[in-house]
Ligand binder design. Sequence first.
Ligand code: HEC
Ligand code: HEC
Length: 295
Amino acid sequence: MNALMIKGLIFAAVLIGATVAVVSSMNIDLSDPINMITMIGAVAIAGLSVGVSIKYINQMKTDTATGELVDHNWDGIGEYKNELPSGWAFSFLGTLIWAIWYMLAGYPVNAFSQIGQYNEEVLAHQEKFEAKHKNADAATLQQMGESIFLVQCAPCHGETGDGLSGKAQDFATRESKEQILDVIANGSNQLKYPMGAMPGGMASGADAEAIADYIVGGMKGEAPASYGVCAGCHGADGAGNGGTAPNIADYDDVLVHNVLENGKKGVIGIMPSFKGRFTPVQEKALTTYLHSLEN
Ligand code: HEC
Ligand code: HEC
């Protein structure tokens, strides 16, 4: 065994010793197979590095160069005429071919983007979700709606949907008298119903009061005569004529969809738009849940 070998073995022992010391100081559980394999790998790398270094240091000491020198020399230093190593040449050629493929077919044509892939995966997941819950029963929708509501809507509407003392819609009734009087006076143009905007000033004074009381009261009993002007668009029952105007008696699928899609700025405040955030099944679930909050 020569001196170099002995130095190498000492060096390997120091490397392995240091690795073991660090690992034991970190309280790593070596009964975990992954940790054990990593540890064996670290020891193997230390051994191999020292072994390979010794081989080449020895070779440097004993090797003599052979071959034909070029004619020129630089201050006594010559250069051999070396063949281009074939491995190097093939790798260079391979890189060229790969670069051409990458420019023409790999990247710009089949542009890959992480965001695109994410969106595709979300869409695929949503399709699966929609298919799975296509015929969800009322109890499932109710539960689903409640969990969405608690996360997305409760911060404004309150955990029980009571509107947090007037900061947002109280779902116990469809709309408050204050809200209805505001719409009668000022109209509304934000929910994108097929009927378009509702003009303001269609009733005032006692007529407006009577209409508002009637709607807040759940549209029971005989309608005040002045409600006639509203019935043309909202229907005699207030249900909105098949979704062409808002249902003012009840939270229905169309209303919840339109409010989520467009947001709403009303007398209470601003409800942000949730456009694109929910699938149709999730919107249905929210409607089902809002229904359960109504008196
Ligand atoms: C010309 C048709 C039309 C008439 C008449 C009409 N409305 Fe409307 N109403 C609408 C439309 C359309 C909307 C939704 C407008 C929008 O996009 O914001 C609406 C919205 C409303 C809203 C707000 C609903 C919500 O959830 O934000 C209330 C309340 C309302 N109308 C009550 C009335 C009352 C009360 C009358 C009678 C005095 C009346 N409307 C007359 C078409 C009409
Ligand atoms: C940032 C606060 C905020 C969040 C979050 C919020 N809302 Fe609202 N929402 C409001 C306010 C404020 C109103 C009352 C707007 C008005 O008429 O003045 C409202 C009104 C409503 C209405 C009644 C609309 C109408 O035309 O009568 C519905 C339905 C509704 N929200 C559903 C939801 C649902 C479902 C969620 C959760 C996905 C939600 N909101 C999240 C603030 C919020």
